[in-house]
Ligand binder design. Sequence first.
Ligand code: 5GP
Ligand code: ZN
Length: 116
Amino acid sequence: MSNTCIFCKIVAGAIPAKKIYEDDLVLAFHDIQPQAPVHALVIPKRHLVCLDDLGTEDRDMAGHLLERTAHVARELGVSQNGYRTLINTRQHGGQEVDHLHIHILGGKPIGPMVCR
Ligand code: 5GP
Ligand code: ZN
C-alpha cells in the first residue's frame, strides 16, 4: 500500500469508487472519466507501479488479474461485441496513475489502436 496512491486509497475504501468486482487479489471499478460507454479499470490490490514492476512471484496474481478482466468484461456485457484492453506504462505509454491497471473499453467500436 502506498499512502499517496489514489488506487490504493480506493482499495482501502478511503475514497469512493463504483465497484464492479472484488476479491482478495483484484478490484474492478468504473473509470471516473469514461472514454467510452463502458470504461472500467481492473487493478491488483497490491501496490505495483506498472507492468514493469511485476516479478516472477506475481505470476499467479497476474494470470488471475487477466482472467478476472475477461470476467468483468462479461459482467459489463461487452464480451460478445468485443472490447479493448489497455495497459499504459510510464511516460511514453501515457500512464497517469502509478498503480498497475488494465483498462476495459467497450460499448462502441473503439477505433484505431493508436491515435494518429
Ligand atoms: P492511465 O492514464 O494511468 O492509464 O489511466 C488512469 C485512469 O484512471 C484514467 O482513465 C482516469 O480517468 C482514471 N482515474 C484517475 N483517478 C481516478 C479516481 O479517483 N477514480 C476513478 N474511478 N478513476 C480514476
Ligand atoms: Zn497503489
